[in-house]
Design a protein around this ligand. Structure first.
Ligand SMILES: CC(C)(COP(=O)(O)OP(=O)(O)OC[C@H]1O[C@@H](n2cnc3c(N)ncnc32)[C@H](O)[C@@H]1OP(=O)(O)O)[C@@H](O)C(=O)NCCC(=O)NCCS
Length: 202
């Protein structure tokens, strides 16, 4: 399980936001839809598209050639790798790291506070790490403090409460392993033992 990091304040507030590629840090401008916003100090990689009503805050890092759908929010300190696809209505909060080529289905929920109270001044960010190539299905909830392994697949609607092994398909609430998938996301085995790398990485 990943270790929590304590901070004294909620993620930084923005002084204002800019639209349409101003102040981006890359030379080949990403596309920011006119209804979307990116704060000064947001890092957005070349070729990335940020669609309607989405918002990338200062201190957020979004890699190259990503697709951020409608109403996607990326918090200060959150990290999105290269070639990720984030579908509509997803918030990527501080503490969440998505490595390269991660797919996040519509309305999936990340969390970053295991013990939230509205009136507490201090709170603890508990991280979530999603490894390269993993898929998070639509409507999934990821309870923070977990690592989702490379090319793992979280079925639609699951609630992830524990680490997920690489190439594992997990299903349900709480999410339990039911199969193994390959890099294309196809089920290749329903046995409990991990198949050989040649099967998984084909
Ligand atoms: C899990 C998934 C990958 C299918 O895996 P699979 O093992 O091939 O599933 P099958 O269709 O063979 O079904 C096997 C069993 O799992 C159940 N099942 C399938 N998807 C499920 C889910 N998301 N949650 C719970 N159970 C599920 C099926 O009902 C079936 O149950 P049964 O054996 O009692 O009949 C797929 O259903 C899924 O969730 N895909 C993600 C879709 C998504 O979120 N897309 C986002 C972009 S639009």
């Amino acid at each position: 399980m990943l270790s929590p990091v304590t901070i004294g304040q909620p993620p930084g507030r923005c002084a204002g936001s800019v639209r349409n590629n101003e102040l981006m840090t890359t030379t080949e401008a990403p596309y920011i839809h006119p209804t979307a916003s990116a704060d000064e100090g947001a890092q957005i990689g070349a070729g990335t598209k940020v669609w309607h009503l989405s918002y990338v805050r200062s201190g957020a890092k979004v890699g190259r050639d990503c697709n951020l759908g409608r109403n996607v929010y990326v918090d200060p300190g959150a990290v999105v790798g290269d070639r990720c696809k984030i579908q509509n209505n997803v918030s990527v909060y501080v503490g969440v790291t998505l490595e390269d080529e991660v797919f996040v289905g519509p309305s999936a929920v990340f969390t970053n506070d295991l013990n939230p109270r509205a009136a507490k001044e201090d709170w603890t960010v508990t991280p979530t790490l999603v490894r390269r190539g993993a898929t998070i299905g639509g409507g999934v909830t990821v309870v923070c403090g977990v690592e989702i392994g490379e090319y793992a697949f979280v079925a639609a609607g699951a609630v992830v409460t524990k680490d997920v092994e690489a190439y594992r398909l997990v299903v349900g609430n709480p999410a339990r392993p039911v199969a193994w998938v390959n890099r294309d996301g196809d089920v290749v085995s329903r046995a409990s033992e991990r198949p050989e790398d040649g099967v998984l990485k084909a």
